[in-house]
Design a binder for this molecule. Structure first.
Ligand code: PNS
Length: 163
């Protein structure tokens, strides 16, 4: 039986932390569907389609890239999981402060869909401070993004914030 997981998030933008989790998860699952939430896209820097292209480009040289699918979703995550017939949600937890929100979200999702479980994963400790919010702040002030996001994402951010 194929082991499939959803890896949901906003991915606005995709960071080295996301990449690290995806790489680790690729050793545990046969297929991973990166599931991009576009519920609140009005405030997003990148459109849903831009986020898909950036993730595709960022992972294309990894040997596990052909086992990754990328999809947009709106509405409740558990409904999307049911539609896809997947019952594992992956979430990266960087530090204890993430845990309260993640715990609440996982239990809410479990109440809504008792057969869907959340698997928490830890990124490399060097990446635990990286967040999409911090990355956008660095980009807005023209800082060096090279250790925070894949190169193609850094270029796309620089372009967004210089226009
Ligand atoms: O990367 P993020 O922003 O932390 O991801 C959060 C996300 C998109 C996974 C979460 O907000 C979500 O699942 N949104 C869809 C709406 C939903 O299902 N809400 C119920 C769970 S609290």
């Amino acid at each position: 039986m194929e082991r499939i997981a959803l890896y949901p998030g906003s991915f606005d933008p995709f960071t080295n932390g996301h990449l690290d989790i995806l790489q680790r998860a690729s050793r545990m699952y046969d297929k991973i569907i990166v599931t991009i939430a576009v519920n609140n896209s009005k405030n997003a820097v990148f459109s849903g389609d831009e986020r898909i292209s950036l993730i595709k480009e960022a992972i294309k040289d990894f040997k596990w890239a052909d086992r990754i699918e990328i999809e947009l979703f709106t509405g409740l995550l558990v409904n999307f999981a049911k539609k896809k017939n997947v019952n594992v949600l992956l979430r990266g937890v960087r530090q204890i402060s993430d845990f309260e929100y993640e715990f609440r979200m996982a239990l809410t999702n479990r109440r809504l869909a008792p057969d869907v479980d959340t698997v928490f994963m830890m990124p490399d400790e060097q990446l635990t401070f990286i967040s999409a919010t911090i990355v956008k702040e660095i980009a807005a002030w023209g800082g060096d993004l090279s250790s925070f996001v894949p190169d193609n994402v850094a270029r796309a951010l620089q372009k967004k914030y210089s226009s």
